[in-house]
Design a protein around this ligand. Structure first.
Ligand code: NAP
Length: 554
């Protein structure tokens, strides 16, 4: 693997590009490759000192993808998908980072990527029909297009409790883990948060630390991951029919090819339901969505959903020895799947360890971080290290972190003050030639991200190439189309149980964030079909203008 060249001295002159891509994760890399192939001059800015996005930053113990490797990988290049050998059902972060770096080298991407450079501002100039992009290193790039490939879960957040600056131990956020790793041997450790990152890291931290205290606000549904090495024969057989597997994923609901349910849980007998849940729990080949896709009514009917939820609660009671701890771990306040379900390895078992304690901070919230640890309403704790597995300002956080100004200087932050509004999760009215990969209003986080990323990268790069080829200069959503899509995303979301939970899907984890169901739950397959129809109908719902009309528009 070669490292990307060190950054040249900052250049304060304005350079030119056709496209600026923000972020060098999976989206940014594929965008660079594809747009280059279409003849565009592309510059990619990346805040990290390496490529990989999510898989660059999330190095916490146990970090691994929870979509199967054979599905969570690029399909755009036949040779790439044939030559790369995955080692596990769910590969660890190190392997995913190796894969990302392999992609960067294989397609010679590094020369157009500026590392350790954060985009701070993007301002649209209606006269020139160009964006001026500025970075924290003083770069100024004038570009016809800006593509935000910033990821849905990349702006990490620590709890809004006072005192962190006074804490004298070491503290970490799972989403920004030190590259050199952390050795907790012999330490008293506190972990705050029991979402996917907490669920993956807690069992491993517990094995290493002298003592671990887990602060849980909401118990999550955690299904056994059954991670295992990939059988080479299985890998060969998937690769032999890779195109069919990939196509099935593209046409599926969640971007994961699983059989489509035909029966409602409430129509099934108790034996049928239990048989399905037993398979979903015990089958080593199960997947994240097995419970959700087993019956037709799992995400729309509370009673149906509760049959699965109760199944999981019963398993927790069987695994966890102390009935009071088991009760604390049993989720009762939200339907199964309405907060992102987790896959775990020895998660519930960890709470049987003598060196692990679970504290319910819903009942007794964290009041303050102290110099030595933290204090809840009733108790004081001392730690050598604190780990925040407290998640992200999801979906919009990394977009609004950049000062993006569209037509008439309107800021994206202000335009989205009451919640994100997009057309197809791809563009925002009033922000011509600005594109979001897996933006709010698209299936994004409710899907296998690789499937959604590839679809958006291909759709967006083709839209930009079509503009150029047709002699057009700008593209943005028609206001009515955007309003209609935003309504549709909300309506479909409210046909499900999702809005009934406090979740980051709804913005609930960020105080003051408007409560809006941000991803599109209509399904990856139907969504792709809609995007394709928009193109066949001449980019229906978008306004595309030639240069001379674009200039001076208000
Ligand atoms: P998360 O799901 O948002 O979980 C954050 C946890 O921190 C929640 O348990 C939350 O409680 C808790 N928390 C936040 N603020 C708190 C406070 N002030 N006091 C006490 N507890 C607090 O974040 P995450 O685990 O990093 O996961 C985010 C998403 O990233 C996942 O849902 C998934 O989509 C993705 N992810 C995927 C993988 C994978 O593929 N394997 C791994 C990690 C992450 P509440 O629930 O009460 O808010």
């Amino acid at each position: 693997m070669t490292e990307t060249a060190t950054r040249p001295t900052p250049d304060t002159t304005v350079s030119e590009a056709d496209v600026v891509v923000v972020g060098a994760g999976f989206s940014g890399l594929y965008l660079l490759h594809r747009l280059r192939g279409q003849g565009f001059r592309v510059v990619v800015f990346e805040a990290g000192d390496g490529v990989g996005g999510t898989w660059y930053w999330n190095r916490y113990p146990g970090a691994r993808v929870d979509v199967k490797s054979m599905e969570y990988s690029f399909s755009f290049d036949g040779e790439l998908q044939q030559e790369w050998e995955w080692t596990e059902k769910y590969p660890p972060q190190e392997e995913l980072l190796r894969y990302v770096n392999h992609v960067a080298d294989r397609f010679d991407l590094r020369k157009d990527i500026r590392l350790e450079t954060r985009v701070t501002e993007a301002v649209w100039d209606d006269e020139d029909a160009r964006w001026m992009v500025r970075t924290d290193r003083g770069d100024q790039v004038s570009a016809a297009h800006v593509i935000m490939a910033t990821g849905c879960l990349s702006t990490s957040k620590v709890p809004e409790v006072p005192g962190l600056e006074t804490y004298t131990g070491r503290w970490y956020h799972t989403g920004h883990w030190p590259k050199e790793g952390v050795d907790f041997t012999g330490q008293r450790v506190g972990v705050v948060g029991t979402g996917s990152s907490g669920v993956q890291s807690i069992p491993l931290i517990a094995e290493q630390a002298a003592h671990l205290t887990v602060f849980q606000r909401t118990p999550n549904f955690v299904i056994p991951a059954h991670n295992h090495p990939i059988d080479p024969e299985h890998q060969r057989s998937v690769k032999a029919a890779y195109d069919e597997h990939r196509q099935a994923a593209r046409e599926s609901g969640f971007g994961i090819a699983v059989p489509v349910a035909t029966k409602a849980a409430l129509e099934a007998s108790e034996e049928e339901r239990t048989a399905l849940y037993e398979r979903a729990w015990h089958d080593p080949d199960n997947s994240l969505v097995t419970f959700l896709t087993g019956f037709t009514d799992m995400i729309t009917d509370r009673e149906a959903n509760d049959t699965a939820a109760q199944y999981v609660r019963d398993r927790i009671a069987e695994i966890v020895h102390d009935p009071e701890v088991a009760r604390m771990l049993q989720p009762t306040d939200h339907p199964f799947g309405t907060k992102r379900p987790c896959l775990g390895t020895n998660y519930y078992e960890t709470f049987n360890r003598p060196n692990v304690r679970l504290v319910d901070v819903r009942r007794d919230p964290i009041a303050e971080i102290t110099t030595k640890g933290l204090r809840t309403g009733t108790e004081e704790f001392e730690f050598d290290a604190l780990v925040f597995a407290t998640g992200f300002d999801a979906m919009t956080g990394s977009l609004t972190a950049v000062d993006i100004r569209g037509r008439d200087g309107r800021s994206l932050r202000e335009v989205w003050a009451a919640g994100p509004r997009t057309y197809l999760g791809i563009q925002v009215a009033g922000f011509p030639n600005m594109w979001t990969i897996t933006g709010p209003g698209s299936p994004s986080v409710l899907s296998n991200m690789m499937v959604s990323i590839e679809q958006h990268v291909e759709w967006v790069s083709d839209a930009i190439a079509a503009l150029r080829d047709e002699g057009l200069a700008t593209m943005e959503p028609d206001q009515d189309a955007q309003d209609g899509w935003t309504r549709h995303v909300d309506e479909v979301g409210h046909m499900t149980l999702y809005p009934s939970a406090n979740s980051w899907y709804m913005g609930d984890n960020v105080p003051g964030k408007p409560r809006v169901f941000m991803p599109y739950i209509g399904g990856v397959g139907p969504y792709r079909q809609k995007c394709d129809e928009v193109v066949s109908n001449g980019y229906e719902g978008f306004v595309r203008r030639p240069m001379r009309v674009a200039a001076g528009m208000s």
